[in-house]
Design a protein around this ligand. Structure first.
Ligand code: XMP
Length: 606
């Protein structure tokens, strides 16, 4: 069926994707379009939403997009940067100034269909440096924000022209802090653009099955089943589309899995009736020797990804399946964070986006039925496909597995920048009553949508949780060179932290696997497993003072889509249990809790 659809013009940042999911939530298909796509690509839509951007409209940045969209008759809604571009295009003025950040009260000037069903004052979320200072003759001011003293702060917070059918919001209706943002998006899509809400998960399922059947064209599909939600849902949908007898599953034990994982995966495949052709290979030795002495995070990821492909190719030949299509459970965030869209920096290379896979994608040899979906949607789909609830709601586990949670080092202290970071850190942390010490290693993070490979800092001291998280946000925001804060659970503040030479070895993996198992069990016991989005356990090769053994960091986070996350508080009793059990593991010397939000830290450390 042909769906009415909305184009979301992606000017960068991660907001564009949120807009698209919100639109789809209202039953209307939303597709991401690049700003320089040819005009013809925009003709099929019933409306266009222009996203926000890190670029400055006032400076004319990113202004070489397909302006022909303004000649189309369909309604256009601009958000933040998009709002400013619309104002500018129709004779208004944008200035560099009038910065707002955080919640604001939007006062509506009159009732308008785009605000149908809403009150005269609405809480909205602002995040901008530039602002609209004047609008063209055909535009009216629909809403303004006020300062704490009641004076007008931003006169052009919402603008519109009913004759042109152009609208602009300075704020972000797509984020949850705009309390009725969902309704505003629905009003635009359903009332102003008059879209029929025909997009549904059931429809998506049917359409994907059809697409898969067409792409497979009578052939078989070969899928690597890791046991995670994504690959399981991908297997189930491909199985439904072409029948289990044309689906060949391969589970590779890469040695980087969680405790007892491989046997559970095989059991699940049987349970789902996808076991017409299941193959299992223990390739842990191949992975370990490929990783060798490598310590660099990006190179480790690449090695794991490439080895996966090597093993897969060898197995494909061995099983006589080398000409089959490759099925993958790639989901949307994997493609954005690898920099697969033009306006996102490469934050991490996801294993299903390594060059050889990219080449296969270009050759049409890869089937990725979930590539447009976010995790919540994948889970919804999984439930519809009859995958057991516990599997669907399992914490996400990265493709490279424990490989990205086992940090490595050649043993040389990386103290670059410490001269400037340390005094700044001392100044900031003093007011929180916490002792601080920089770690002489780095971890991956994301700042202003860009990859940041920076130092974590260890905080010691007994302060309430809000003080801890406040300290973490202040330190990472105010002290350049720090992207992560961890809280010492192991007692006294250390006098020294020194790096240990460490690579990916079976012994270290076994220790990490056990620590991870302990954490997962504790979360379940304390009834926190489902409340928490994900809780990586990370092994960091540093020694605190003379405590023999490495540092284990537990990273519980709350999140909706993994694009952003906040640290989760764990009950004191659980922390005590973790201290007792994890510190008793051989090879472990210290324990800490990661209290960083994303951004600036990523969920994983590498
Ligand atoms: P980050 O660490 O970037 O993670 O905040 C966001 C989400 O993605 C998962 N992740 C991966 N998943 N292959 C995957 O399949 C990968 O290479 C990979 N790296 C990170 C991570 O666990 C989190 O859910």
């Amino acid at each position: 069926m042909e769906h009415d659809a909305i184009a979301v013009v992606d000017f960068g940042g991660q907001y564009a994707h949120l807009i698209a999911t919100k639109v789809r939530h209202h039953g209307v298909l939303a597709e991401i379009r690049q700003p320089e796509d040819q005009l013809d690509a925009f003709r099929k839509y019933r409306g266009i939403i222009i996203s926000g951007s890190p670029s400055l409209s006032s400076h004319g940045e990113d202004s070489a997009y397909t302006k022909g969209i303004y000649d189309l008759k369909v309604p256009i809604l601009g958000l933040c940067f998009g709002h400013q571009e619309i104002a500018k295009h129709y004779g208004g003025k944008v200035i560099h100034g009038g910065r707002e950040w955080g919640r604001a009260q939007l006062h509506l000037n009159r009732e308008h269909p785009i605000f149908a069903g809403l009150g005269p004052v609405e809480q909205v979320w602002m995040s901008h440096f530039d602002s609209v200072a004047a609008v063209g003759p055909e535009f009216e001011e629909l809403g303004f924000t006020v300062n704490a003293d009641g004076s007008t702060d931003h006169r052009f917070a919402a603008i519109g022209s009913d004759s042109l059918r152009r609208y602009g919001f300075q704020y972000h209706p797509e984020v949850d802090d705009t309390v009725h943002g969902d309704e505003m998006i629905a009003n635009f899509v359903l009332n102003i653009c008059d879209c029929r809400p025909t997009w549904s998960m059931d429809g998506f399922l049917e359409e994907q099955c059809e697409r898969i059947r067409n792409q497979a064209d009578g052939g078989s599909v070969f899928l690597l089943a890791s046991g995670g939600v994504d690959s399981t849902v991908a297997a189930a949908i491909i199985g439904r589309a072409i029948g289990p007898e044309r689906l060949h599953l391969l589970h590779i034990d890469n040695g980087l899995m969680r405790k007892d994982e491989s046997s559970q995966v095989l059991q699940l495949i049987h349970q789902l009736g996808l076991d017409a052709h299941v193959n299992f290979v223990d390739a842990s030795e191949t992975f370990l020797s490929a990783l060798g002495d490598e310590t660099d995070p990006e190179r480790k990821r690449r090695i794991i990804g490439d080895t996966f492909i090597d093993v897969f190719q060898v197995e494909a030949v061995r099983l006589g399946l080398e000409n089959h299509l490759l099925g993958q459970g790639t989901i949307y965030p994997d493609t954005i964070e690898t920099g697969a869209t033009k306006r996102s920096d490469t934050i991490k290379t996801h294993h299903n986006r390594v060059p050889i896979i990219e080449q296969m994608i270009a050759e049409g040899k890869v089937i990725e039925p979930l590539a447009d979906l976010y995790k919540v949607e994948v889970r919804e789909l999984g439930e519809r496909l009859g995958i057991p609830h516990d599997v669907v709601w399992r914490h996400p586990f990265p493709g490279p597995g424990l490989g990205v949670r086992l940090l490595c080092s050649d043993g040389t202290a990386d103290r670059s920048g410490f001269d400037t970071i340390e005094p700044a850190l001392e100044q900031v942390s003093e007011r929180f009553g916490l002792d601080t010490m920089l770690l002489p290693i780095r971890s991956v993070g994301v700042k202003a949508d860009l990859r940041a490979y920076e130092h974590p800092v260890l905080l010691s001291g007994s302060v309430p949780w809000p003080t801890l998280t406040d300290a973490a946000s202040t330190i990472t925001a105010d002290v350049p060179g720090i992207n992560r804060c961890i809280w010492n659970l192991g007692g006294a503040h250390p006098q020294a932290i020194r790096p240990l030479a460490a690579t990916v070895t079976r012994e270290r993996l076994d220790v990490l696997r056990e620590a991870d198992h302990v954490v997962m069990q504790a979360l379940a016991r304390h009834g926190l497993y489902h409340e928490i989005w994900q809780c990586p356990t990370v092994m960091v090769p540093v020694q605190l003072d003379d405590k023999q053994g490495e540092l284990i960091v537990v990273r519980p986070v709350l999140s909706q889509r993994a694009m952003t996350a906040s640290p989760a508080e764990l009950p004191e009793r659980m922390l005590d249990e973790l201290r007792r059990t994890i510190l008793a593991l051989p090879g472990v010397g210290s324990l800490a809790l990661d209290i960083t939000s994303k951004p600036p830290g990523t969920i994983e450390w590498e």
